[in-house]
Design a protein around this ligand. Structure first.
Ligand code: NAG
Ligand code: NAG
Ligand code: NAG
Length: 760
């Protein structure tokens, strides 16, 4: 099983192995450098006792590589996965997992043709790998020291003997294979904490405050926190601890956010949960997501209800229906024995009042959406000012909640809070079904013709120079980077555009060079100072990337500033979205690919040019497509020339934000919708993301959609600091980095009224 090909052909190696086997029986589980397992061969690396194996598993149409129980006493369908390389990464059906000659574990994804995960040990002199009998995959150097181990990089499970320290994290597998809401971490103060996202702690081990502790789950089935002298300071265990008949155990942070100990029951051939951190599932934060509340049904199982659904309306109404713009007043709906809390953002104010006061406080406060009053004698009144509310309900709960309901005739989708004067009412009213119709029908700005892409080599460039750099030698910029730029006079520009006959965009004209090569000529403001213009042009002209439209030349004469670009055949992405024929060709896969291409191009501008270059005006109109519908980004760096974008520290974040918006426009096909971002968020938060997608697109991959939307919303965060880098965006789009569900992007965390004065 271990690198079989190698053993067959390499006699001395075979001999070594035989001797080694004779001397140290354990060596059989060694995985030599160069060993590979693959999806196609369906082979495994197995621990010497046979209890664990590492291999590929099928997981929602794709594959993941990881470690599972492999004991013969456990039926195949119960051979639980205990570790996954790179947590959420799934790969295509020709992928492989290899211990390279450099001593690095790599997971190659056949679908994207990239290495999706690596152990990053190529500089650690790794000599071999071993899957130990306890399920730990270790990389060893020549001295047999461990330089990397899967135990240090847990996914959602701890095995007996695995240390868990302050730098580690368990992340629950997510319900939609994108990411997780729940994690287990050890606080610096020594407590184990279950968290939702990174900010809400909903369970803490009641252990003493102390630093440098480690948690360990041992083979007796006890989860302990040990101090530096390995003395136990806290422990929990199930009813079968110390039971020597139990051969296999694990501790897992489950998808539902609960931490559980499991034991293998030989008699019933099943895993049994023997301990769980949170006894009442409804006490797990946001267990019912962004909407709905947790209740126990008649058979005692927790279920999610959607209490705010007005009768006869769709599931979309699951969130709190009250909107702050509500015109015709509101009423309060009472929910007995119900505790509610805000999720995004969790801005609650707690005060002490009577029940009646509490209710009317909320009713009178235009920002208040719901309120919970504790009837346990504390008289606590918790007011919520968010649209995203969850909670739980149980006859034993000593609390009563009131939810504000707008009396406007149609209860529509929740929208994120805006100041009451906001004018967005009309657009949000009809969103639920037909939001896309206006964009499909309208906007016949189809005057754009097309752009053509010309591939050209250096030889051609020289040819060009001979032809065009003639009498204008005096004006020619002589910097080293602009050698390939043609410099044209204004009469020449007029000539090649046929006196600006074919307008193909705002201030953009199609032209034909004397050698019949089409170009796009962009007119810029004449007020740009000549020296600045030339220096920017030389900067832009020196940028080469296959997904950036190439600058071919320019014109800089008194009163005239033009840029000459290569021409793309299929026009701008903005127009393609609106052209019914083109739109059909923009399949889901194509659009996804375009997003990645554009992200790569922007990332190149941000990080790989000699100096940072911002795009400054990224949108679908500035992405052009060649005849194969390969996207190229155009008009980058012009913010610098035109002084339109303030060239300050926020330039990168601005591009990131523009990218987020572009993604949403591309997915929805709604070029004109002003509030496309907000709409997208509402649909997504309401669990209806697919209804946001352009109806004309077929074959939408929901996993990719989820990833795309999440990262787009992160890109659009009002708080610049929360926006990701383009590098991170690429990884998320490629599926090699997970992404948490984003908070509503368009609001700062303070109430809207203060917003304008303070944070913005
Ligand atoms: C592998 O995946 C590709 C793309 O998803 C699919 O077309 C092909 O049929 C798969 N091959 C096998 C053997 O499953
Ligand atoms: C766990 O931590 C202890 C103390 O630091 C160490 O001796 C032991 O080797 C560690 N175990 C593993 C599997 O890393
Ligand atoms: C487990 O059993 C051992 C001996 O059999 C005993 O010393 C120990 O106290 C037991 N542990 C617990 C937690 O009961």
């Amino acid at each position: 099983m271990l690198g079989q090909e190698r053993m067959l052909f390499d006699l001395p190696f075979l001999l070594c192995i035989s001797i080694a086997i004779l001397l140290f029986p354990v060596v059989i589980s060694q995985i030599p450098l160069g060993s590979t397992i693959s999806v196609m061969k369906n082979d495994d690396w197995v621990s010497s006792n046979g209890d664990f194996a590492i291999g590929f598993f099928y997981h929602s149409d794709q594959y993941v590589v990881g470690i599972r129980f492999n004991s013969k006493t456990i039926p195949i369908d119960k051979q639980t996965v205990v570790w996954v390389a790179g947590a959420d990464i799934s790969v295509g059906n020709k992928s492989y997992f290899q211990l390279t000659q450099n001593g690095e574990l790599v997971l190659f994804d056949s679908m994207k043709g990239v290495i999706a995960w690596r152990s990053e040990t190529s500089n650690s002199s790794v000599a071999s790998a071993v899957l130990l009998d306890n399920g730990n995959l270790v990389l060893l150097n020549r001295k047999n020291d461990i330089v990397w181990q899967s135990f240090d990089n847990p996914s959602d499970t701890l095995l007996p003997g695995q240390n868990f320290t302050a730098s580690r994290m368990l992340r629950a597998a997510s319900r939609n294979s994108m990411s997780s809401y729940y994690s287990l971490e050890m606080a610096v103060s020594g407590q184990l904490q279950l968290r939702w996202e990174s900010n809400v702690v909903y369970w803490t081990s009641q252990s003493p405050f102390q630093s440098n502790l480690r948690a360990i789950f041992n083979s007796e089935g006890i989860l302990q926190i040990l101090d530096q002298r390995s003395k136990s300071v806290w422990s929990v265990f199930g009813d079968d601890h110390n039971d020597s008949n139990v051969n296999f155990r694990f501790l897992r942070l489950d998808v539902d956010g609960n931490l559980r100990l499991y034991s293998w029951l030989e008699a019933s051939r099943s895993w049994r949960s023997v301990w769980e951190a949170v006894g009442n599932q409804c006490n797990i934060f946001a267990t019912c997501g962004l909407c709905g509340i947790c209740v126990f049904n008649s058979s005692g199982s927790p279920v999610c209800r959607c209490p705010f659904t007005p009768t006869g309306e769709s599931k979309l109404q699951c969130l709190v229906p009250y909107r702050q713009e509500c015109k015709s007043g509101s009423s309060m709906i009472t929910y007995e024995h119900t505790f509610l809390y805000g999720i995004y953002p969790p801005n609650e104010t707690t005060s002490h009042h009577s029940l009646q006061q509490c209710k009317s406080l909320c009713q009178e406060d235009p920002l208040c959406t719901a309120v919970t009053f504790r009837t346990d004698g504390t008289a606590q009144c918790q007011m919520m000012a968010t649209q995203y509310i969850s909670g739980h309900s149980d006859p034993s709960l000593s609390s009563i909640s009131f939810v504000k309901r707008c009396s406007d005739p149609i209860a529509v989708l929740p929208i994120s809070p805006r100041p009451p004067s906001s004018s967005a009412n009309d657009t949000t009213q009809n969103q639920s079904n037909d939001f896309c119709v206006p964009c499909l029908v309208g906007v016949a700005s189809g005057t754009f013709v097309a752009f053509l892409v010309i591939q050209f080599g250096i030889g051609f460039c020289i040819y060009k120079r001979r032809h065009y750099i003639r009498k204008k030698a005096a004006l020619a910029y002589t910097g080293p980077t602009s050698n390939c730029l043609i410099i044209l006079s204004y009469p020449e520009i007029k000539d090649l555009t046929g006196n600006f006959k074919h307008q193909v965009g705002p201030k953009m004209f199609k032209g034909m060079l004397p050698d019949n090569r089409p170009v796009a000529v962009k007119e810029l403001k004449t007020s740009i100072e000549e020296r600045k213009f030339r220096s920017i042009v030389s900067k832009i002209g020196s940028i080469y990337h296959k997904s950036l439209v190439k600058l071919e030349g320019y014109c800089c004469e008194s009163g005239h500033r033009f840029l000459i670009y290569e021409f793309a055949n299929s026009g701008s992405l903005g127009n393609c979205i609106e052209d019914p024929k083109m739109c059909k060709r923009l399949t889901w896969g194509k659009r996804m690919e375009m997003c990645i291409t554009v992200a790569r191009a922007i990332s190149y501008l941000h990080t790989e040019c000699r100096e940072f270059v911002s795009h400054g005006n990224l949108k679908c109109e500035n992405v052009v497509l060649d005849e194969n519908l390969e996207a190229k980004v155009s008009e980058f760096g012009l913010g610098l020339v035109c002084g339109e974008a303030s060239y300050t520290g926020g330039a990168a974040e601005m591009d990131v934000g523009d990218f987020g918006k572009m993604v949403l426009v591309l997915v929805s096909g709604c070029r004109e919708a002003n509030d496309v971002c907000q709409l997208a968020y509402e649909k997504w938060a309401g669990g209806q993301a697919e209804t946001f997608v352009d109806e004309r697109i077929r074959g939408v991959n929901l996993d990719e959609l989820e990833r795309l939307l999440r990262i787009a919303f992160w890109c659009l965060q009002a708080d610049n600091r929360m926006r990701p880098s383009m590098g991170e965006v690429i990884k998320v789009l490629e599926g090699t980095l997970t992404v948490d569900p984003p908070p509503p992007p368009f609001v700062s965390r303070s109430p809207p009224e203060e917003e304008s004065d303070t944070e913005m």
